[in-house]
Design a protein around this ligand. Structure first.
Ligand SMILES: [Fe+2]
Ligand SMILES: [Fe+2]
Length: 213
């Protein structure tokens, strides 16, 4: 591996234990930014695509019109998020994760199962998924800021990082609202807490794998 001039430590989020760690980098700065942009777009595209599938199938499976509409409102925001990562991914020629098909099947199944159980299960799933996505987006914003603080505006990646930052900040607000909406439904019931935690674990796993392949 080429040893670049930037060997400073950077704050990085370790998804497996929910902690920020400091790691040492040996790639040059442009290569590190390129890797980060590639990972962010691929994993976020996968995440938003999964969210779309979950909400779409939950909305279909739920019985009450009121519940359906609540989920459709969140779905419409996920479609905006997905459209952005789809567009920028195509522009920058970043391929989607190789796991797309499997994640979509998994997300659709999660949507159908929780939707059939009812709105409390749906919202427990939402709280579990969005909790992970929130932390994930917060981590990405820190990583982006890390680079924006050390590169010049004439760097070829500056505008892309700014654009990603701007959009992720907006999407993060939506995901926070989704989380809060889901969390309101969670009570002491063992079953709903199990659904929430299972959804969190599955999301963490999918995020981790999608970052890699
Ligand atoms: Fe989203
Ligand atoms: Fe969301």
């Amino acid at each position: 591996m080429k040893r670049g001039i930037f060997t400073n430590k950077t704050l990085t989020y370790n998804i497996s234990n929910n902690k920020f760690i400091k790691i040492k980098h040996y790639m040059n700065i442009d290569k590190r930014i390129e890797v980060l942009i590639d990972e962010i777009i691929r994993v976020n595209h996968a995440g938003e695509s999964g969210a779309k599938q979950i909400y779409k199938y939950q909305a279909k499976a739920l019985k009450s019109e009121n519940d359906k509409n609540q989920i459709k409102a969140m779905l419409s925001q996920e479609l905006v998020h997905l459209e952005y990562f789809d567009k920028i991914g195509k522009e920058l020629q970043i391929r989607p994760t190789l796991m797309s098909l499997i994640w979509n099947i998994g997300a659709s199944s999660l949507g159908v199962i929780t939707g059939k159980i009812g709105i409390k299960a749906v919202m427990s799933c939402t709280a579990g998924v969005e909790k992970v996505i929130q932390k994930h987006y917060e981590c990405q914003l820190l990583q982006i800021d890390d680079f924006l603080n050390i590169i010049n505006q004439d760097n070829k990646y500056y505008k892309i990082l700014q654009n990603l930052k701007h959009n992720i900040e907006i999407f993060l607000q939506d995901e926070k609202e989704h989380y809060e909406c889901g969390n309101e439904y969670i009570n002491e019931s063992m079953m709903f807490n199990v659904i929430k935690e299972t959804s969190s674990v599955l999301t963490k796993f999918a995020v981790f794998i999608s970052t890699k392949i």
